[in-house]
Each structure stands twice: as structure tokens, then as C-alpha cells.
Design a protein around this ligand. Structure first.
Ligand SMILES: NC(=O)c1ccc[n+]([C@@H]2O[C@H](COP(=O)([O-])OP(=O)(O)OC[C@H]3O[C@@H](n4cnc5c(N)ncnc54)[C@H](OP(=O)(O)O)[C@@H]3O)[C@@H](O)[C@H]2O)c1
Length: 245
């Protein structure tokens, strides 16, 4: 399998959780040193891993990396697009260059990875693409408009792709995550990175079309369908409370 964003956070946890189940893991991110550390941790679990430092915004590097993975292991069964970036601030003050870079990482990056990997999955007649998005891609909140927009774009690409590969044996899962925290404590509002990774690994084992992580995120998504005006009110109040504290 190939995991982007594997140098830290959720991507790292997914790589470790999959390695614990015997997967051979290609680790992708920009920072070489942390990637090597993750590769060593995977090796300690008795699995095979290799670090491929690269930038998901660089289409040529993405294609070259996928070619190297195929040359090494012959196939790619699972692609997890977990690399992501974020910016915060009001829409009125968003810097277009920052927003462009954000879209390049959060939306075009996964698309480029899919374009490089899918021909191999089609040849294999099977495969699974897991795109890690955010609940904010379903319902934006104040100060996170650009991030939410980049994730909403990823959601749309993922939904379209799922229908485009129907019948090929390739599965596509959208993961809409709520807030994650390092460590192992799971709660209503926040999920641990470890808990989220375990949930994602379960959906690799038994594919589903979509996973919404954290109970609070599921409530937000449901409520937003039924009463979007009430959600406007809640997220505005929430933000005001955060600013005061
Ligand atoms: N944490 C949360 O609360 C939360 C909530 C909802 C959704 N998510 C989503 O879950 C995913 C993982 O989040 P996280 O909190 O674990 O993120 P994180 O700790 O900030 O890690 C981001 C990962 O992406 C890699 N990355 C960033 N830009 C890259 C680029 N241009 N090319 C290649 N790799 C790049 C980083 O490695 P390098 O810097 O070494 O490149 C790192 O491995 C993201 O897609 C995020 O949007 C997170």
C-alpha cells in the first residue's frame, strides 16, 4: 500500500496500523528524516516499508514515486491519501496564493496520486482508494473557509471517482474526519489519531463508501442536512466562545 502524509499524525498512524497487519507500506511525505523513522518503526513490527520523500504537488515526482513502488512490489492494493495542509482566517482576508497552495495539497495532490495509481489497480482488477477529507468539507465553519473549500472539492472528486470506477473491482472510500488529537483518548468531540487510524484500517479490511469520524462530526453532518440555519447559529456561537476564551 501507499500512504501519503506518512511522516506524522494520522498518516503515520495508518501506516503503523497497516504494518501491524502485515502490509508492505510505501511512506510518502516531504520530510525524509521522519519518514525514515516511520520506516524503522514499521520494520520493527516485522513488515516491509520504504520512505519516498516527495511533494504531492509535484506531478512528475508523484508519477516517478508510483513507478518505483510498482518496480519494488509489483502492485498497489491500497492508496491512502492522508497528506493535508490547513490555513485559518476569514474568507475576506484569504491570500489567493495561500488558498491555491492549499488546494494543490488537499485536492490536486490526491487527484494526481489517483491518476498515477489507478491504471495499476485497473490492471490488477482490484484496489482501494481512501481519501482522507474533513467534516468541514461537508459543513464549513467560520475561519476555516479555504480549508473547508479544499476538502469539499476533494469530497466531490472522491464521489465522482467512486462512480467512475464502478465495476472495475476498485473501491473508493471518503473519510470525513472531525477533530483529531494525538494520544489514545477518544471522546465525543475529538478522536485520537490512533482510534481514527484503526477505524480507517477496518474500512480497508471491509470497504465502505464513506466514514465520518467522531460522534460530534456525525451530529454536525446530520443536523446540517435537517437544519442548516441552526448549524449557522451553533458554529457562530462556538467560534465566538473560542475567541473569548
Ligand atoms: N488533525 C485533525 O484534527 C484533522 C481533522 C480533519 C481532517 N484531517 C485531515 O487528516 C489528514 C491528516 O491530518 P493530520 O492532522 O495528521 O496532519 P499533519 O499532522 O499536519 O500531517 C500532515 C502530513 O501531510 C504531509 N504533507 C503536507 N504537505 C505535503 C506535501 N505538499 N507533499 C507531501 N506531503 C505533505 C506532512 O508531511 P511533510 O510536512 O513532511 O510533507 C504530514 O505527513 C489531513 O488530510 C487533514 O486535513 C485532520
Amino acid at each position: 500500500m501507499v500512504v501519503t502524509g506518512a511522516s506524522r499524525g494520522l498518516g503515520r498512524q495508518i501506516a503503523l496500523a497497516c504494518a501491524g497487519r502485515g502490509a508492505r507500506v510505501g511512506l510518502l511525505a516531504r520530510s525524509a528524516e521522519p519518514l525514515q523513522e516511520v520506516a524503522a518503526a514499521v520494520a520493527a513490527l516485522g513488515s516491509d516499508a520504504r520512505a519516498w520523500p516527495m511533494d504531492v504537488r509535484d506531478a512528475a515526482a508523484v508519477r516517478a514515486t508510483v513507478d518505483e513502488v510498482i518496480a519494488r512490489w509489483g502492485r498497489i492494493d491500497v492508496l491512502v491519501n492522508a497528506a493535508g495542509a490547513k490555513i485559518e482566517g476569514p474568507v475576506e482576508q484569504a491570500d489567493p496564493d495561500d488558498v491555491r497552495r492549499l488546494f494543490e495539497v488537499n485536492c490536486l495532490g490526491p487527484m494526481t496520486l489517483c491518476q498515477a495509481v489507478l491504471p495499476h489497480m485497473r490492471r490488477q482488477g482490484c484496489g482501494h482508494v481512501v481519501n482522507v477529507s474533513s467534516v468541514l468539507g461537508k459543513r464549513a465553519t467560520p475561519m476555516r473557509g479555504a480549508y473547508a473549500a479544499s476538502k469539499a472539492a476533494l469530497n466531490a472528486l472522491t464521489d465522482a471517482l467512486r462512480t467512475e470506477v464502478r465495476g472495475t473491482g476498485i473501491r473508493v472510500t471518503l473519510v470525513c474526519s472531525g477533530r483529531l488529537a494525538p494520544g489514545s483518548t477518544n471522546g465525543l468531540l475529538v478522536s485520537s489519531e490512533q482510534g481514527a487510524a484503526e477505524r480507517i484500517v477496518r474500512c480497508i479490511e471491509r470497504p465502505s463508501r464513506e466514514v465520518v469520524l467522531t460522534a460530534a462530526a456525525r451530529v454536525l453532518v446530520g443536523l446540517n442536512v435537517l437544519m442548516p440555519g441552526v448549524v449557522d447559529w451553533i458554529v457562530t456561537r462556538w467560534r465566538t466562545g473560542e475567541e473569548r476564551s
